[in-house]
Design a protein around this ligand. Structure first.
Ligand code: ADP
Ligand code: MG
Length: 140
C-alpha cells in the first residue's frame, strides 16, 4: 500500500500515468472516493500510461456505463452507480477484464468478486490537494 499527496489535477494524472505504464491485460482497478475527488482525472492518467492517443477525451462513464479506449491494451472504464446488481451480469465484466484493463467505479454494486483488484482510494484534502492511496494486492 502506498499513499501520495497530489497538489493539482496534473499531478494526479502523472501518478496514474506511472501506474498505467505497468498495467497489463487482466488488471482490474476499483476506484473509491466522493464526487470531485479525482477518479476521472486518475483514469485520464491511466489512459496516457496505457498509450491511449491524446485525442481520446476521457470522461466519466456515468451515462454510457462503459467507456472503451484503445491503448497498448484496451482500457474499459465502468461506472456501476445507476445499475441494479442483477443488470451488472449482462455487462460481461469478466470478459472485458480478460481482454484489457478494467477500471470500475462504484464496485460496491458488483454482485460478485474480482479477487485480484487493485484498490485506489481518493480523499479531498483541500481545494487542489488529494490523498491517493493505492492498495496493490497483485504486486504489479
Ligand atoms: P470524480 O471522477 O472523482 O468525480 P473528477 O476527476 O471528475 O472527480 O474531478 C476532480 C475535480 O477536482 C476536477 O475539477 C479537478 O480539476 C479538481 N482537482 C483539484 N485538485 C485536484 C487534484 N490534486 N487531483 C485531482 N483533481 C483535482
Ligand atoms: Mg468521475
Amino acid at each position: 500500500m502506498a499513499s501520495f499527496r497530489t497538489k493539482s489535477p496534473e499531478e494526479t494524472e502523472r501518478l496514474a500515468e506511472e501506474l498505467g505504464q505497468k498495467l497489463s491485460r487482466g488488471n482490474v482497478i476499483f476506484l473509491f472516493g466522493d464526487l470531485g475527488a479525482g477518479k476521472t482525472t486518475f483514469v485520464k492518467g491511466l489512459a496516457r500510461g496505457l498509450g491511449v492517443p491524446k485525442d481520446y477525451y476521457v470522461q466519466s462513464p456515468t451515462f454510457a456505463i462503459i467507456n472503451e479506449y484503445p491503448g497498448r491494451v484496451p482500457l474499459y472504464h465502468v461506472d456501476l452507480y445507476r445499475l441494479e446488481p442483477e443488470d451488472v451480469y449482462d455487462l460481461g465484466l469478466e470478459e472485458l477484464a480478460e481482454q484489457g484493463v478494467l477500471v470500475i467505479e462504484w464496485s460496491e454494486r458488483l454482485p460478485f468478486f474480482f479477487d485480484k483488484a487493485i484498490k485506489v482510494y481518493f480523499e479531498i484534502i483541500g481545494p487542489s490537494e488529494r490523498l491517493i492511496t493505492i492498495e496493490d494486492k497483485n504486486d504489479i
